[in-house]
Design a protein around this ligand. Structure first.
Ligand SMILES: Cc1cc2nc3c(=O)[nH]c(=O)nc-3n(C[C@H](O)[C@H](O)[C@H](O)COP(=O)(O)O)c2cc1C
Length: 372
């Protein structure tokens, strides 16, 4: 199978492994790159950020005190080493640009630009910057009144990089077009972690975005196998991005307890609750139910675009939960995951998974041909 994706990102397969900060996806990204997909390094720890009404918050208690550039440098160095022997292995870097993260995002974008310019190995292997969770305009060549003191024009600095941005709506996709983004990832409500209260399913979002913009579109939210890859192509996408499915692989950096919970979940076992910055999809466990509970108590504010009255309670549930993950208390950890958890029944190697998806896609195409 060869789609425009392969030529844009220079990969063997039309598959992106999603960025999944604040968690580390270094080993996963390397394994995906070796298997022929585009592996993404995530923004580990996410640095610190400012939360309205809460003030500055640091993840450093959990992810260490290294500055974000240092964490990224470490990940890039590991990925480069692990993909050295595979000439066509490619990776990218995910940098969320939501308002709270703009100071960290600017520093990371600057680091990537400097590193690509200075290091021929990174220039060759790192084909994409994937921004997400915010407005792409400040990072465009012509940001207009969206220019920030720390804005950096990604494409002016790195014309050779594929600037990719993740969106939950047609409105946001149009903004990407205006910003000069190269590829748009349309991520539907099924997906793990951040979603939107005004959510749209993948099935509705992807074809609508494809029709609305004159840009290549990658589909995200709910993908896990060959059949769903073919469905994405049928809706006009050039490939898929997968988060949840990629967590449950042997090489993924996630704790085994997280992977195991995904294999046990059914399609009914995810819940949306308010997270740090907005709604997030969690795999159902004790902590997810507590988060739903806190969200429901703050519900009157939810649709007004305000943080809920229970923001501090939610932060406490999330922060203590992050630590619980590493203490072996998975039931008291907020386990981010998409509805597709209900379709995950094993923990293969990344190569087994990618090969299975590609073989499944070919088989699906053949089967469909017989319906003509
Ligand atoms: C644990 C976890 C963390 C995530 N963190 C990020 C992130 O830092 N940046 C981002 O763009 N998306 C993040 N996402 C969303 C994914 O990038 C992706 O769009 C989503 O997982 C796709 O849906 P799926 O889970 O059904 O494959 C995260 C998803 C998960 C499951």
């Amino acid at each position: 199978m060869h789609t425009p994706f392969n030529d844009i990102y220079h990969t063997r397969h039309p598959i992106i492994q999603a960025g999944m900060g604040p968690y580390d996806t270094t080993k996963l990204a390397a394994a995906v790159a070796r298997a022929g997909g585009l592996g993404l390094i995530s923004t580990v720890g996410m640095g610190s950020f400012n939360m309205p009404g809460i003030g500055e918050f640091k993840y450093s208690a959990i992810f260490g005190d290294d500055p974000p550039e240092k964490l990224l440098e470490k990940s890039i160095d590991i990925v480069l080493r692990e993909i050295e022997a595979v000439p066509d292995a490619k990776f990218g870097i995910n940098i969320p640009v939501s308002e709270e993260f703009i100071p960290t995002a600017s520093r990371l974008i600057k680091y990537v630009i400097d590193r690509v310019k200075a290091d021929p190995a990174v220039k060759e292997k790192c084909t994409a910057i994937v921004t997400s969770a915010g407005d792409p305009l400040p990072w465009s060549v012509d940001p207009g009144d969206k220019k920030l003191p720390t804005s950096i024009p990604i494409k002016a600095e790195l014309p050779g990089i594929v600037w990719t941005h993740v969106v939950p709506s047609v409105r946001a996709a149009r903004r990407c077009e205006k910003a000069g983004v190269d590829v748009i990832v349309a991520s539907g409500r099924e997906g793990g972690a951040h979603c939107s209260w005004r959510d749209t399913s993948t099935m509705v979002l992807v074809p609508e975005v494809v029709q609305a913009v004159n840009k290549p579109v990658v589909a995200a939210g709910g993908f896990c196998d060959g059949g769903s890859l073919v469905a994405a192509l049928a809706m006009g996408a050039i490939g898929i991005q997968m988060g949840t499915r990629m967590i449950a692989t042997k090489e993924s950096d996630f704790e085994h307890s997280w992977k195991e919970l995904l294999t046990k979940a059914t399609e009914e076992d995810t819940l949306v609750a308010r997270g740090f910055f907005g709604p997030m999809r969690f795999v159902r466990n004790k902590r997810a139910v507590e988060l739903v509970d806190a969200t429901v108590r703050g519900a009157p504010d939810l649709y007004k675009g305000n943080p809920t009255g229970s923001t501090q309670e939610i932060i406490d549930l999330e922060v203590s939960g992050l630590e619980n993950l590493f203490k072996g208390k998975i039931d008291e950890t907020p386990v981010l995951g998409g509805q597709v958890a209900g379709r995950i029944h094993d923990i293969p190697t990344v190569k087994e998974l990618v090969d299975r998806i590609m073989a499944g896609a070919e088989a699906t195409l053949e089967r469909i041909q017989r319906f003509k």
